[in-house]
Design a protein around this ligand. Structure first.
Ligand SMILES: NC(=O)c1ccc[n+]([C@@H]2O[C@H](COP(=O)([O-])OP(=O)(O)OC[C@H]3O[C@@H](n4cnc5c(N)ncnc54)[C@H](O)[C@@H]3O)[C@@H](O)[C@H]2O)c1
Length: 434
């Protein structure tokens, strides 16, 4: 098959390489000249994706993957077009379709009969039907007759894309039986599925019958996690007041097989979990449970600072070190990171917030609007925001002067801080101190 992959980013490039490795003739399209040049010279444009460099060299060397900025070079005559251009969101999480609209109109301008176009970018429910179908039909071609359109959410994690591709069922939703047959045939030609005896159906391509059902699947699996974390946070806030250790409670509750309570913590960040519930709400604005859960999780950084203030006293003028800018440990990414809300709340209560992150230089932290902190410098209090591995071995001497430390991820060991008031999210003070 001739396959075009639109958007050669952290997801699109490994996909293009994988499809080429399965024997197809693959064209990768990106708007960035530098990305296209790097791919054509068989050099990975970003680090961190397992096996990407070697596989890229193989398929470019064999002439099976070519990158281009030109839609007219890649789209006409394609059997399959896979679109993985990002959907941007504003600070509130509302979708901004600009990049996808632009890619879609470029596809429409070059589409020829016989192609199946598959969107993999996570979308609000209804976008494939209400936005992409009419936009693609401006080509003069009719969906279901001249070309087919499907939605198939990408569920892999960056860093382990090639392994994940066989791990999860490939969810597909199309408008017609023929569209679904064509999408299924393509994915079956490129994916080798792992045995998953835990699943109700054999691992493979799962046709959900409509684009909407496929769109909702991705939003459901991610919104579930946000709401579940919100419930854990609700229990944590109560435990904090009631003198209970919520972590022991959750471990005990989850020892019963129908309980799957997630971990509470200072923040939920990154491109996915705080964002996809907002995309869900965009299509279902009356969903109170989802809205409340998102609001509770978004309020956690400020609430955790308030717990610190309650233990410390007046934070006015105090220097408070925030440990970790990244949204989670081991990842150099601050998209929707809770660090910003932690710092904002500390500033509101008059504290001087300084930030350390082992993955970011002082200049990089400053560029994010943060004041850098060096481990070992004198402080008055600290908040652990990110569970970076290097923080697990911190001892009292690393945070000199700190009278109170709030561990937002439950990773610090109390025996390493014998003279410090070490608090954890969801661990009630009275019970902890006996
Ligand atoms: N990153 C993840 O962990 C992840 C995981 C699962 C699914 N996804 C989905 O994949 C989508 C893409 O994520 P990503 O991490 O690959 O993004 P990315 O930012 O790494 O890459 C996007 C690429 O698209 C290109 N692009 C932008 N506009 C374009 C246009 N009009 N035509 C062609 N190319 C264009 C950009 O230059 C860039 O190279 C996300 O929006 C998400 O829905 C991402």
């Amino acid at each position: 098959m001739k396959v075009a992959v639109v958007g050669l980013g952290k997801i699109g490039l490994p996909l293009a390489v994988h499809y080429a490795g399965a024997g197809h003739e693959v064209w990768g399209i990106d708007v960035r000249d530098d990305t296209v040049d790097l791919v054509n010279s068989a050099t990975e444009p970003f680090p961190g994706e397992q096996d990407l460099d070697a596989r890229l060299k193989d398929v470019v060397g064999a002439g099976r993957l070519r990158a281009t900025t030109s839609y007219p070079a890649a789209i006409p005559g394609a059997d399959v077009v896979v679109v993985v251009v990002p959907l941007l969101v504003d600070d509130r999480g509302d979708p901004d379709f600009a990049l996808l609209d632009s890619a879609t109109s470029s596809i429409a301008a070059t589409l020829t009969p016989g192609t199946v176009v598959i969107y993999e970018t996570t979308l609000p429910v209804g976008v494939t039907r209400d936005r992409w179908r009419p936009a693609l039909e401006t080509s003069g071609l009719a969906e279901g007759e001249d070309f087919h359109l499907a939605f198939s959410p990408e569920r892999v994690l960056t860093g382990r894309v090639f392994a994940d591709l066989g791990r999860y069922p490939k969810i597909v939703g199309a408008f017609s039986d023929e569209g679904s047959r064509r999408a299924t045939e393509f994915y079956e030609s490129v994916l080798r599925f792992d045995d998953r005896p835990d699943l109700e159906r054999p691992n493979g391509v799962w046709d959900l019958g409509s684009p909407e059902a496929a769109e909702l699947t991705k939003l459901a699996e991610t919104t579930y996690r946000d709401v579940n974390i919100a419930l854990a946070n609700q229990f944590a806030l109560f435990s904090q007041r009631a003198g209970i250790d919520v972590h022991a409670v959750i471990a005990a509750a989850n020892s019963q097989p129908y309980s799957h309570i997630h971990r509470p913590g200072i923040s939920v960040g990154g491109h996915c979990i705080p964002v996809y519930p907002r995309l869900y709400l965009w299509g279902d604005p009356g969903a109170e449970l989802v809205r409340e859960g998102r609001a509770l999780n978004a309020s956690m950084p400020a609430r955790v600072v308030d717990v610190l203030a309650a233990a410390y006293g007046d934070l006015g003028g105090a220097t408070v070190a925030v440990l970790g800018a990244a949204y989670r440990g081991g990842v150099k990414e601050t998209a929707f990171s809770g660090v910003f809300a932690v710092v904002e709340r500390l500033r509101e209560v008059g504290a001087r917030a300084v930030v350390h992150d082992p993955l970011y230089s002082e200049g990089e932290l400053e560029a994010l609007g943060l004041v850098p902190h060096e481990i070992g410098s004198s402080i008055d209090a600290a908040v652990l925001h990110t569970d970076h591995a290097s923080y697990l071995t911190l001892v009292e001497g690393d945070l000199p002067g700190a009278r109170v430390i709030l561990d937002g991820r439950n990773v610090l060991r109390a025996d390493r801080f014998p003279n410090v008031d070490l608090l954890q999210v969801g661990v009630g003070v009275e019970r902890r101190t006996g």
